[in-house]
Design a protein around this ligand. Structure first.
Ligand code: EPZ
Length: 417
């Protein structure tokens, strides 16, 4: 396992490039199972989760190639229906192959993802929607076994706006017989990117990006070339990096509208964030002060930026209140931040952060993808040396983040643990 050694205290200045979105690329790659013609994807980030997805597509019988952030997938006539536990347990998003397999070959055998450090993350909404479309499921030895003759359109209303559930049912509906309506659907930009990819293959979709999506099934889809949207969560991480180190960063290929709630909160804290022709410029305009956030489904404050903004709150004047309303256990970074001198008190899903003058470098342990990013951000600002261990979590969602940060002044080295 690798670890990062960070010498903190250097203001970051320069230009960082935002990679393609992991959370858009994953469903879009699985959606290529829906068609037999080749699809080519550009701006696919080089991440562990992408490599895992390519490995799963190969196991399912697809012909896949990936190099220089370009992926090519062909899903031939015969597909294998099984996503094995050994692979699914390393990446919960593997459950996104359910919809495409049921739509394409009428069967699927997918390992239940099992527990996750940030919460239970059940898939009941996915299965309930598929059953309304005519699929039947059994649970055997930890595998969901799904079968259907031909999926038929249905009027599905989610109990809560699930991103993965919306994506899975959207992929199933594009080849189903008749009309499907997804109500209380997730509005995340990554769902919109998936819908735009499917539209480019000839699918008939309306309302994507709203909470009511209308799909008219078609008999088949055609091949296409598609460029994945930039990663708004990676981008947000870089904006925070500029603020927490008191530097100035220009984030190229940085989404702006899709980061509105994050940008507004960072501005409230005292950062200056402006869209320019070359990208989004972020710097500290004055001493930072605390703000309150509550994570919400899009367009609310994203849960995937909660850990990162908490790191900068640790050094802001005054207090900040963080309410995590999406996942039941997404404060794993708190105890590690406290090892660095942060003053944080947790009550249930609420954290009270009292700003301190300085953080001190320390050995800390990454527990999940965004918690790892939070610890790296704290290490960049802390006095002394911070050692972030188990950074395989980080490599799932950030392309060699130490290279990008060192290019703008950070002092980070990667070592074998
Ligand atoms: C996606 O996960 C993202 N992952 C997550 O990003 C992100 O945190 C999450 O959406 C919320 O925005 C990918 O896109 C690959 P959900 P997903 O279904 O689809 C509950 C990262 O760091 N729920 O919207 O799994 C669930 O327990 C990752 O990049 C059910 O109860 O999230 C959670 O509390 C972490 N039943 C809430 O809904 C279901 O059937 C939101 O989950 C499905 C979900």
């Amino acid at each position: 396992m690798d670890k990062l050694i960070i010498e903190g205290g250097v203001p970051l200045t320069g230009v960082v490039e935002v990679s393609g979105s992991k959370n858009a690329a994953l469903p879009i790659l699985f959606a290529s199972i829906l068609l037999t013609e080749p699809v080519v994807f550009h701006n696919v980030p080089d991440l562990r989760d992408i490599r895992t997805t390519i490995a799963l597509l190969l196991l399912l019988g697809c012909d896949c190639g990936y190099e220089n952030r370009k992926a090519r997938v062909v899903a031939p006539g015969v597909l294998h229906p099984e996503a094995p536990y050994d692979l699914v347990r390393t990446m919960r998003a593997s459950v996104l192959c359910l919809g495409p397999l049921l739509a394409r070959i009428g069967q699927a055998r997918v390992a239940l993802p099992g527990g996750c450090s940030i919460g239970a993350r059940p898939v009941d909404q996915h299965l309930k929607g598929f059953e309304q479309m005519g699929a039947h499921f059994d649970l055997e030895e930890g595998y969901i076994i799904g079968r259907c003759r031909k999926l038929r359109g249905a009027h599905i209303s989610f109990d809560l706006p699930t991103v993965g559930g919306t994506e899975n049912l959207l992929m199933a509906a594009v080849l189903a017989e008749g009309e499907t309506i997804l109500e209380n659907a997730a509005r995340e930009p990554e769902v919109v990117d998936l819908a735009n990819f499917l539209l480019s293959c000839g699918a008939r979709i309306e309302g994507h990006g709203t909470s009511c999506i209308h799909i008219t099934g078609v008999s088949s889809l055609h091949g296409t070339e598609y460029t994945v949207m930039p990663d708004r969560i990676e981008a947000a991480t870089f904006l925070v990096a500029a603020g927490i180190t008191g530097g100035e960063l220009l984030a190229r290929s940085c989404p702006f509208a899709e980061l509105e709630t994050v940008i507004l909160k960072l501005r409230d804290m005292g950062m200056e964030i402006t869209a320019t022709a070359d990208g989004v410029l972020a710097k500290c305009a004055r001493p930072l002060r605390g703000v309150d956030i509550t994570t919400q489904p899009y367009p609310g404050f994203p849960t995937d930026v909660q850990a990162q903004i908490m790191a900068i709150m640790c050094l802001a004047e005054g207090a900040s209140i963080v309410q995590e309303s999406i996942f039941e256990n997404r404060f794993m970074h708190v105890l590690e931040l406290m090892r660095m001198g942060a003053q944080i008190k947790i009550t249930g899903r609420t954290a009270l952060v009292r700003g301190v003058k300085r953080l001190a470098g320390a050995p800390v342990m990454a527990s999940d993808l965004r918690a790892s990013a939070s610890l790296v951000l704290a290490g960049l600002a802390a006095r002394g040396t911070t050692e972030v261990r188990r950074i395989y979590h980080l490599d799932r969602g950030y392309e060699r983040i130490e290279n990008k940060l060192n290019a703008v002044g950070a002092r980070i080295r990667r070592e074998k643990e």
